[in-house]
Design a protein around this ligand. Sequence first.
Ligand SMILES: [Zn+2]
Length: 208
Amino acid sequence: MHERLIDISPMVSPRLGVFPGDTPVERHVLLDMHHGDAITLSTLRSTVHVGAHADAPSHYDRDGRTIAEQPIELYVGPCQVVRANAKRGQPVTRDMVEAKLTTPRVLIATGTFPDPDHWNDDFAPLSVELVDFLHESGVKLVGVDTPSVDEVTSKDLPAHRRIAQHDMAIIEGLVLRDVLAGTYELIALPLRLEGFDASPLRAVLRKT
Ligand SMILES: [Zn+2]
């Protein structure tokens, strides 16, 4: 049987926007069969916060777990995609999320970062009030279709900090444009990168 998966990851390429000052994607070709080598072989240089990626707690909490120390069970299982009535440049509040939350993983489609190949600064962050509401609803993982759960210029990172207090996991950089609201199975495993503060992942949904 050919079971269809819904890909919610952007293409990883040098076009992909990264945070100002972070390391963009580069591919260095060491060997190339098109130029007579026996194999093709290349090196990837990039921020680990590239495309769809999981933030490790160690990214925003001095004592937080690294990405290799995160329980992998967080990243596979029942998941709800919800659409928020979000506006660019304004935090997503609780009343913008109208759906009843029923799963431990919630992906919030804000629509405020429409094209990962064209970076825009004014994507909608998550309000602390919404993070509290997610926690009270039993949510253990929150995913967003923006590069960050906080504003691009934020230094105090209120949403990241509150998520750390509640020990929730974060996935950023998802592409949820064509995904219908509803419940799915999420499969989005980070790599086992020793000591790292994040990992890119291939995030997919399976209809349940
Ligand atoms: Zn990140």
